[in-house]
Design a protein. Sequence first.
Length: 278
Amino acid sequence: MWKKIVCLLAISSVAQSNSLDQLIDSSSSIVSQIDTSIKLVGAATEYAHQGSGLSDGALSSTGHISAEQVDAYNTALSNFSNNYQPYGAPVKEVLENMAMDSLAEMETHIDTFVEVTVDLVSVQQVAEKAAEASTPKQEEEVQTFVQQNQEMLTIDQEDVQLFNDTVDNIESSANEAAAYLAVAQSEAAEYLQQSIEDKNTTSADVNIFYDSNQQWVAMGYNTTRNLTAVYLNGNDAFGLDLYYSEADILAVGAESEFYRTSPIALGYDCFINMDCEQ
């Protein structure tokens, strides 16, 4: 899988505020008309008995409620009733969105990793030729190859630094994505949601984050320094034990399509020159 995969997921926090704003605007518009009409009726009760205060006969129309105002209000009322989420987007959706963001970051880092790895893969050609040399003559041929291509075969320290950084970034993004997704798909999401509601806040006003040192996904609040945490090492009631050994992780990696289509698995000539036995 040495090509880019793009994952997109959007949440409607803007639509949330718009839903409330539309209800406020549409209802206030009608209230304003009712207010005007009540004032007109009040004036009529005062002036009519005094024999004064005539209007032009069309003033009452300024207090009319239009069909457009009614439609706008009823639509806003329905949207608010059916779609509005007073505590913000559900924590499950927030976590899933965070996971998708981390996956998108991971794919970007993978693109960079692929590019720099291809730049560095010439070292594999040297390693393969050197390992296959079993006689002095073959060793001489390897030496000649290196002498003739030394500039091309020399590794740039900047490429190495970029390689190291992208591996770190991929691991970090992958861990974040896995952590957020696991919590979103567990009962822990309901626990975090209830915590938001108990503290009378919204998902937009909390800070949800993964901490690799603490081995948890935690949620912080803007009104208190306390954290609500879900452990990822199996040390709480939710039983999320997500950590695997290095051997297990590398074993899965060795079976992945990404690895099986890599220059290491295919060999230099197969990957670069398409000179493959199969």
